[in-house]
Design a protein around this ligand. Structure first.
Ligand code: SF4
Length: 636
């Protein structure tokens, strides 16, 4: 039944008594009419799709009209924890956010850590689905088995931090968890992020702009239900395994978190310095963790139920950097630092803080400023009020501000590099590093060839998350090799090149990661296939669950991503990386290396065959039927 402005709902008896890990409820919110209603999904949807990205794709394929404007009211915005979110399995304090992307025109699907997803589940919901556009700004307040739309007029124009503080004060509870946007989302920056607890981003592909387009400033949640397990004993050996070895297997995360990888990745050659131009970054030592940790890092932070505490918190006086916005992760250090040839850690940390405050994706923000620096160096910004210089921390910080406010040249930068290149003309596209208009993350495809193939195949544009990292697949002791051996693949794999065996490895690894992004498990945990199989049996009591079923679910979600991509008009011609980041370097650790175009084309075909798709990557009927996807409207 539909209700206006607010609604109360029940949770299932199994969830209320802690016998199962899903609440059995999806909240729908029509922002046009301000109506709210509860859907009780069929039980088999949880087993087929797990929540998270699986649910996001379900609602996009079912509820969003084909060809909808990503910034129009017809777009559908979904927040979804997964069946493992908030359970006692370490690494499950996560949830997904998804919509059609205003940057790529295909799927936007990001995950964030922290407490928000866990809290939503504790409040009695497995997902919230928004459609329409409110005529005035609103926020949604979800607490134990109740939800209400509230006025957010007083929050519009405020930073993520200010807005969270006002919401907590208004609700009289400091433990309320807030997912919200800053002025980046309000100003429809095509790569605006949704921030959670103000320092954890569902960062990529413009989800914050979708929220802004709907005049939805925030979703605040608080719940007190316990997320239960159907069969705790099924989790005993996995819990024992991870508790006994996380300090050793995740030592890198315990010691320095992802920022610790920056120096290593620079030395290996995967850091894409100076917009993919240089093999080395001048001043790299200043960005290495051993240099900037003692000066800037004041605390370590974590996500719900995670003992690893991989996150860093930075604080500084001049420039003033507020600790409440956390600190830069590896991707942020790489994009705001190495890509822009800025090696001053204070400038990079300040730019990172502004991205959190305004609600911007750090990767696309850094990449857009780096691209602008390249264009300026090539004389393409002669008439512009902003001509940033490689290496200038001042220009970097100013660039973030201009983008968020869409001020001057920032208005063009807010469109992302591909649209900016088109606007500039004069050969600017020659300096682009994109797939499907999305800026590449900090894993150079000249070093990681299959990761590059994965960028082209991803339903979300260039994406390193549901991907295979060639360097880890090359390390005999890595968890990736352990997983690949579980499904019968011989490891380690060669570092360079794209072979059938490496594409097969990508097939399994990306399926595994789609499962992680749907059930919602942190990628940093070294879980194997069998651990997740045990976790599903424990959480949901799914008897007979197997590694084969897990791979099938991952494959199903990958296929749904491809169906959505094709339905929204993207084609096989776009399964490619722009040419700039493939030009071989003259010096540095990866001098002379790049992807062989014939291997790349053959790799795409090998993957299409494994998935049961045709030569253009269109899913075919037998594959669609075998995955149970024939009910989704889809036409190539
Ligand atoms: S390892 Fe880091 S990102 Fe993953 S759950 Fe723990 S604190 Fe969060």
């Amino acid at each position: 039944m539909k209700a206006k402005y607010e609604i109360s709902f029940d949770v299932s008896e199994e969830f209320a008594s802690g016998r199962v890990s899903h609440a059995g409820n999806v909240l729908h919110v029509d922002l046009d009419s301000r109506e709210l209603w509860i859907e009780r999904p069929p039980e088999d949807r949880y087993r087929k799709l797990l929540g998270g990205r699986g649910f996001i794709l379900h609602y996009l394929l079912e509820e969003m009209p084909p060809g909808a404007d990503p910034l129009g009211p017809e777009n559908v915005l979904i927040f979804a924890p997964g069946v493992l979110s908030g359970t006692i399995l370490p690494g499950t304090g996560r949830h997904g956010v998804g919509a059609k992307s205003p940057l790529t025109g295909v799927l936007a699907s990001g995950e964030a850590g922290g407490w928000w997803g866990h809290e939503l589940k504790r409040a009695g919901l497995d997902a919230v689905v928004f459609r329409g556009r409110a005529d005035t700004p609103v926020y949604l307040w979800v607490h134990d088995q109740q939800a209400e739309l509230r006025d957010a007029g007083q929050l519009w124009g405020k930073s993520t931090g200010e807005s969270q503080a006002v919401i907590r004060e208004e609700l009289g509870d400091d433990r309320v968890r807030v997912a919200g946007i800053g002025i980046g989302g309000e100003n429809l920056v095509r790569y605006a992020a949704v921030m959670h607890d103000i320092n954890r981003a569902a960062g990529r592909s413009g989800l914050g702009a979708v929220m802004g387009s709907k005049h939805l400033k925030a979703v605040a949640v608080r719940g007190t239900h316990r997320v239960g397990l159907a069969d705790r004993s099924a989790l005993k050996s996995t819990l024992g395994w991870i508790t006994g070895r996380y300090e050793e297997e995740m030592k890198w995360a315990v010691d320095y978190g992802t920022p610790g990888a920056l120096g290593y990745n620079h030395d290996a050659g995967t850091l894409a310095n100076r917009n993919y131009r240089d093999g080395f970054l001048e001043g790299i030592d200043q960005l290495r963790h051993d240099h900037f940790f003692p000066e800037l890092v004041v605390e370590r932070d974590t996500c719900s139920g995670c003992p690893v505490r991989c996150k860093i918190v930075v604080e500084n006086q001049e420039p003033r950097i507020q600790r409440r916005y956390g600190g830069p992760e590896y991707e942020s250090l790489g994009a705001l630092g190495a890509l822009c040839a800025v090696s001053d850690p204070e400038a990079v940390a300040k730019a990172n803080e502004l991205c959190a405050r305004y609600g911007l994706d750090t990767i696309s923000t850094g990449a857009t400023i780096a691209f602008s620096m390249d264009c300026a160096e090539h004389g393409l910004l002669a008439g512009s009020d902003y001509r940033p210089r490689f290496g200038s921390g001042e220009d970097l910080v100013e660039g973030v501000r201009l983008i968020a406010h869409r001020e001057g040249f920032g208005d063009l930068m807010a469109e992302g590099t591909a649209r900016l290149a088109e606007e500039l003309g004069n050969g600017a596209e020659e300096y682009l590093a994109v797939v499907r208009n999305q800026e590449l993350p900090l894993h150079d495809p000249r070093y990681k060839h299959v990761t590059g193939l994965g960028y082209a195949l991803s339903p979300t544009g260039a994406d390193h998350m549901h991907n295979l990292m060639d360097n880890f697949a090359n390390m005999p002791e890595s968890e990736i090799c352990a997983r690949l051996e579980e499904v019968g693949l011989e490891t380690p794999l060669p570092l360079y090149g794209i072979t059938d065996r490496k594409v097969q490895a990508y097939y399994y690894e990306s399926a595994f990661k789609h499962v992680m992004d749907s059930a919602l498990v942190c990628h940093f945990y070294p879980y194997r296939f069998q651990h997740l199989v045990d976790a599903f049996q424990a959480a949901e009591g799914w008897r007979g669950f197997s590694i084969e079923e897990l791979v099938e679910i991952g494959t199903r979600i990958a296929a749904m991503g491809r169906m959505f991509l094709i339905r929204e008009g993207s084609t096989h011609q776009e399964d490619r990386i722009s040419t700039h980041p493939l030009k071989p370097l003259e010096e540095g650790p990866i001098a002379g290396k790049t992807i062989d175009p014939e291997e790349f084309a053959a790799g795409l075909q090998t993957y299409f065959e494994l998935m049961g798709w045709d030569k253009s990557g269109v899913p075919q009927d037998p594959a669609i039927r075998s995955l149970g996807l024939e009910g989704y409207p889809f036409a190539a």
